[in-house]
Write a protein that binds this ligand. Sequence first.
Ligand SMILES: [Zn+2]
Length: 293
Amino acid sequence: MNGRDNYKQKAKIILSFDDARQDQYTAARELLDPLKIPAVFNITSGFVDGQRVFPDIQADPMTWDQIRWLNDSNLFEIAVHGHHHKNDLQDFLRCRKRIFEELNVPDREVIGIASPNSQLTDDFIDKNYQMYQQRGFSYIRTGPRYHSSQKKRKYTSVMERKCRTAARRISRIMENPELYSIAYSKNLQTIEDIYPEGRVFGKYHSVPVMGHTTWGQLEKLVKYTIRKRGICTLMFHSIVKTNEEKAPWSWKWDDFLKLVMYLEEQRSQDSMELVTPKIIRVELDEKQGHQCN
Ligand SMILES: [Zn+2]
């Protein structure tokens, strides 16, 4: 059995938080850190610097002190989400520079990218990953597979793809656990999906968790991930306590609490692992290192 086969045996869940919103820091401090649940925080550095990057959102940005606390915890990963929340290399490099300045990280370190609004496609990543790798990036996390023309070929038929697109739309308006897991089951990945052909540059797909997503839907998806021994990246924006205003990109604190308790229970039963992209990369390198020796 080689390292990669060995690696596939247990399901993995990644919690991924976008934009550097203040409420995410609260969730990390009050829920994730006490339970030692890792997560990745994708920083929009211009937002943290006080610029008007998101005129439409009510959330406050994290402070650099809070981001330093996350980074120093050895539990949380920090990644690039654009200085001005743009999908271009210059904006990613500017964000990377700001993060490294504030966290006092040497410039040779590598760091991941979460594509703003999940706009970068699989095709784009496949064509351009070497340039990103040379500039010190280790992976790009983008959105569900339906963004990509290449991935569309993975669907067995046009009809299947249409059905899944319809399921995604319907799952937004109906509380139907089955429908949500059907809609997003194609976004579960294997280590070969993330690192095709032995590449060291990763390509992650995420499942959006939004205001309309219910706990029941997410529970179903987590169970499906465990059953399939897949890798599932859950993408969050704001985590709001019940008395706060609910925006389309905000998830309820109480539901998030249910999720983390459930994940903790599953992890304690050894049925899955809670990881970040950096943890996956380090474990993979260690396993491949052992193989070579
Ligand atoms: Zn964003």
